[in-house]
Write a protein that binds this ligand. Sequence first.
Ligand code: FES
Ligand code: FES
Length: 180
Amino acid sequence: MTLRVNDAVHVIELDHRTTLLDLLREHLALTGSKKGCDQGQCGACTVLVDGRRVNSCLLLAVAQEGREVVTIEGLADAVGADGDLHPLQQAFLDRDALQCGYCTPGQLCSAVGMLEEARSGQPSVVTDTERPTDAPVRLTAEEIRERLSGNLCRCGAYPHIVEAVQEVVVRDMAAREVTA
Ligand code: FES
Ligand code: FES
């Protein structure tokens, strides 16, 4: 099969039962995405497929042919100049939003997907039901906690993770007001 990962095309022969997570880790040596539960419950394996966050342990690799996969290793490259971290990666560092770091790649990929979901107006269970359905959702701390609730952190770094995401959300909004 052919798979595009972090802007590189890979032609791979594999057992058709291989998950996307195992393909990334075992065949492409992209070990940033972590295997926690291997059952879709912890979010450690989260990557982006066509810009949407997914649990890669639950997807068959062969079903991703023709799609664009971005892992934690490609997050920085996806947004800017060589060597620049993604703003969320930088905010996690600045805010000390990790301890052991095992959940961090999944938290970061999930946060990137979440920002896009909120921008495009996708509601969560805590979103005000009275708002116009196509308006961007304001990412309050409550929204961030709810939207990242599929990503577990055994170290309990949650308060700093929420702060780091909020910092990026606020900067993002300020930048959009300047360019509007
Ligand atoms: S390893 Fe995929 S959700 Fe836990
Ligand atoms: S930082 Fe250790 S599991 Fe989250």
